[in-house]
Design a protein around this ligand. Structure first.
Ligand code: PTT
Ligand code: SF4
Length: 602
């Protein structure tokens, strides 16, 4: 079966926990991970609850493929209502907590209420143990994990927050294994708001597998297939950093708060420069293509670099020293802050200061200032307190047109891809179910190779196809998508894994139907949350990409076209079965068998 068909519901206010059976009807309709988490948010959260209040819930969800011996299966979804977007939000984290959750006999954890004092929860077959976390609270993520390893051993799963989460930074993440980070929509802050310093998970069982010997046979072949791929060796050398030079060459690299797409010093911090500094590789459990690039930061400590981190903390701040970028990255991991939103918020402040909209001695290229700001954000002091609320909120406070420089969608800062010249990727950001994140749709290589500046139906179909697979199916299987995305590991494998694990013979067409259901469910949560404030403007990416042309590089003078974008957006809605305002229609809800959703009064 590969499911335990069990959730553990933990009431933090009253220090009690209960095991609940999962509803088979829901797991069949929406699968696990993002599917099951979004259903819990729809079902259990009233519209308008404070994301950092006691009525929000923190959901840790696995799927039918999570934790199996198959490649790259050590992933979990962390979900709830996001303080960044005030709607459904989630993130995907690679962690030993993934296989351990299954071994402990659960598929899902639901944390509700608020503890009166900081708590550490230990989860096992026996349920939840509540431990006072006075010894953990106030410590950074590395220190917390070190203490927990001492208590529970290296194999126990650990999910911790840093001071960023404790101090309710809007984009605080949950951290595991000293550098895996998930939930950039503020799931670390949700955990902090519940006074939950850490979760550890350790189990001794194994979920039932439909055909274990078949699964083991497939697993062996699959690992071999991955390591035989032509791209495998280069991936092991550079991981996600392999895309850095490509982004610069194609004018996509975020530079000085996305003013430009090319950075004059890109070659000193690209994937090859990183290789020269690389001392180790790290990654998630059950993975033979580990992608965490470890280098020494400017103080000689280990830092883990991915493309997003270097893009947002390097060229976007006009920094040119990889070790210094490593220092900023390491500080984000230490404090449990999302590197993307941290980089974007600091770049925003640097630009405002340079334009005279902020009375601070701050400018692009200033490493010491950036370092100070990361600490100030985590500790919520000085300017850091405002930056901790994200660029949308800070722009509203600054006024004088500052919103024009705030690079977010729905309150979540966009990831490290400049879209002055990418209408399809801009649509991906605009319609991502959790705000400005690239995870659902990285349509860039298709777009650069086909109809780069077009707003065609074909492009919309490509966006939807990626959103289905990346944004819904992999998040519902709850395994890493990178073997497929980066090495071309065939999608057929997942039908076979699914069959061997669960006994159900679903095909990709069936998975895609589940994906459409998940997307429409998350959209419905948004409709419910926004109520009378609903506007299609929320699906439009930052103004800068429409209004300020690139001033240099191979695409000098280019911007997105607003009229064409809005027309494409409406055609996107139609293909999704949503009305011209972007709300799911009754017919679509019926067709997708989502009759429990009623939007008639919204
Ligand atoms: C993801 C976002 C990303 S996406 C990156 S780098 W990437 C940043 N990483 C951060 C970090 O590191 N430290 C930190 N303090 N903040 C960080 N914020 C940023 O978070 C990550 C990998 C990566 S590396 C990617 S693309 C893939 N993402 C997957 C996904 O979303 N789903 C899935 N099924 N598989 C995925 N595989 C890959 O996982 P968020 P991780 Mg991350 C140091 O969670 O909120 O979605 O933000 O989890 O375990 O670190 O693996 O170029
Ligand atoms: Fe984790 Fe990277 Fe392996 Fe994916 S490819 S499972 S993110 S180490």
């Amino acid at each position: 079966m590969s499911w335990n068909m069990k959730a553990l519901r933990v009431d933090l206010s009253n220090r009690k926990s209960d095991v609940e059976l999962l509803d088979k009807n829901i797991t069949e309709k929406l699968m696990g991970g993002r599917g099951i988490a979004s259903h819990i948010v729809w079902d259990e959260l009233e519209a308008g609850v404070d994301p950092l209040g006691p009525k929000n819930k923190l959901i840790v969800a696995s799927g039918p493929l999570t934790g199996l011996p198959i490649p790259s299966s050590g992933k979990l979804v962390m979900a709830g209502k996001s303080p960044s977007t005030n709607a459904y939000g989630d993130g995907n984290i690679g962690t030993k907590a993934a296989p351990q959750l299954k071994k402990a006999g659960y598929d899902v954890l639901i944390f509700e209420g608020v503890a009166t004092e900081p708590l550490h929860l230990h989860i096992s077959e026996d349920g939840a143990e509540f431990h006072d976390a006075g010894n953990l609270w106030g410590k950074d993520t590395f220190q917390k994990e070190e203490i927990l390893v001492g208590q529970y051993g290296e194999q126990a799963g650990r999910l911790v927050i840093g001071e960023g989460g404790e101090n309710l930074v809007n984009y605080a993440v949950v951290v595991s294994q000293n550098g895996r980070a998930g939930g950039r929509v503020g799931m670390g802050a949700v955990m902090g708001s519940k006074k939950l310093a850490a979760i550890t998970i350790k189990g001794d069982g194994d979920p039932e597998i439909h055909d274990k010997s078949k699964l083991m046979e497939l697993t062996k072949e699959a690992y071999q297939d991955i390591s035989d791929k032509d791209e495998y060796d280069f991936w092991k050398r550079q991981g996600t950093m392999q895309v850095f030079s490509y982004c610069n060459e194609n004018s996509i690299l975020p530079t000085r708060n996305f003013q430009e797409g090319q950075f004059e010093k890109a070659d000193v911090i690209d994937g090859f420069a990183m290789e020269r500094e690389k001392v180790d590789r790290k990654g998630c459990p059950n993975c033979n293509m580990q992608c965490g690039n470890v280098i020494e930061d400017s103080t000689g400590k280990e830092a883990e670099l991915d493309y997003e981190n270097v893009g947002m903390l390097g060229p976007n701040l006009a920094l040119t020293d990889l070790n210094e970028i490593g220092t900023l990255n390491r500080l984000c991991d230490k404090y449990g802050l999302d590197t993307i939103s941290t980089g974007s918020s600091i770049a925003f402040a640097m630009e405002l200061a340079e334009k005279g909209l902020l009375d601070e001695d701050l400018g692009f290229g200033d490493f010491e200032a950036a370092k100070g700001l990361v600490e100030d954000i985590a500790k919520r002091q000085g300017l850091g307190d405002k930056l901790a609320q994200g660029t949308k909120s800070m722009a509203e406070q600054v006024g004088h047109g500052a919103e024009k420089f705030a690079m977010h969608v729905k309150g979540l800062e966009v990831s490290a891809y400049d879209c002055h010249t990418l209408p399809g990727m801009a649509l991906g950001y605009g319609t991502s179910p959790i705000g400005g994140h690239h995870k659902d749709c990285w349509v860039i290589s298709w777009e650069v190779g086909n109809d780069r500046f077009g707003y065609s139906d074909r492009k919309i179909e490509e966006v939807i196809d990626l959103q289905r697979k990346r944004g819904a199916v992999f998040e519902a299987f709850t395994v890493c998508r990178l073997p497929w995305v980066e090495l071309g590991f065939s999608l057929d494998w997942y039908e076979k894994f699914f069959q061997a694990a669960t006994g159900d013979s679903l095909k990709w067409q069936d998975f895609n139907n589940i994906a459409d259901r998940i997307y429409t469910l998350i959209r419905s949560i948004m409709v419910r949350e926004r109520g009378d404030n609903w506007s299609i403007d929320q699906d439009v990416p930052p103004k800068r990409w429409f209004e300020e042309p690139l001033s240099k590089g191979n695409f000098k003078g280019k911007t997105l076209d607003k009229e064409n974008y809005l027309d494409m957006l409406k055609r996107y809605y139609k293909k999704r079965g949503w009305d011209q305002e972007g709300k799911p229609t009754e017919e679509t809800l019926d067709e997708l068998d989502l009759s429990f959703i009623d939007l008639s009064t919204k």
